[in-house]
Ligand binder design. Structure first.
Ligand SMILES: CC(C)(COP(=O)(O)OP(=O)(O)OC[C@H]1O[C@@H](n2cnc3c(N)ncnc32)[C@H](O)[C@@H]1OP(=O)(O)O)[C@@H](O)C(=O)NCCC(=O)NCCS
Length: 168
């Protein structure tokens, strides 16, 4: 395998993408390019070169989270003058079944977290939010240190935590 993480472009082969979840398969096949064109999200693909088959992908968007939706211990440390705080949303992440179980999901997740921590150097971003597709996916993220947001199935990791992990 000659894998590289690249921004989605027209040369990537998406038609055979199958991760076990129709919504995530359809998204990369039919919606991702449109969202990128409209600057709604960016989509990074794990490209299996030289034919450029999409082995996996993730999407990132900026996302405002209400202060009241944050865990209380964190909220207490933030100024109440900001009703919402800036975060990055890791909206989707999936690995093609033929490539699953080879630590490529982990590779994509760590790439996304590093990218968000770097982004926080140039635009205020205090955390990464993920929307797990189900309980199983929630387990995947929690194993990497994501914590639950109260009142939702969303998960959260502060940029501070990512930077601590980067330093380890
Ligand atoms: C979840 C997913 C991205 C993981 O990718 P992968 O390449 O198969 O996983 P990796 O080989 O990198 O595994 C890394 C770790 O996560 C665990 N893991 C893998 N898939 C998991 C899942 N669906 N749920 C919980 N844990 C999972 C592995 O057991 C491994 O744990 P270990 O460190 O204890 O060995 C992939 O299975 C997938 O695309 N699933 C369908 C879509 C999905 O659930 N997306 C995520 C949420 S939207």
């Amino acid at each position: 395998m000659a894998l590289s993480i690249e921004l989605l472009n027209k040369t990537h082969i998406k038609s055979s993408f199958e991760c076990g979840y129709p919504s995530l398969n359809n998204y990369i096949k039919t919606q991702a390019s449109q969202d990128v064109k409209r600057n709604i999200s960016v989509c990074y693909v794990l490209s299996d070169n030289p034919d450029k088959t999409v082995a996996g992908y993730y999407t990132l968007s900026s996302h405002a989270v209400s202060l009241e939706d944050l865990p209380e211990d964190l909220r207490k440390k933030l100024p109440t003058s900001y009703p919402v705080v800036p975060t990055a949303l890791l909206g989707r992440l999936a690995v093609n079944k033929a490539y699953q179980g080879k630590r490529l999901g982990e590779m994509l997740l760590l790439d996304a977290l590093n990218r968000c921590a770097n982004l926080a150097e140039s635009i205020g971003t205090m955390a990464v939010i993920v929307d797990p597709i189900d309980e199983k996916a929630m387990g995947f993220y929690k194993a990497y240190g994501f914590i639950s947001l109260p009142k939702s199935i969303r998960l959260f990791m502060s940029v501070k935590t990512i930077k601590t992990l980067q330093g380890e």
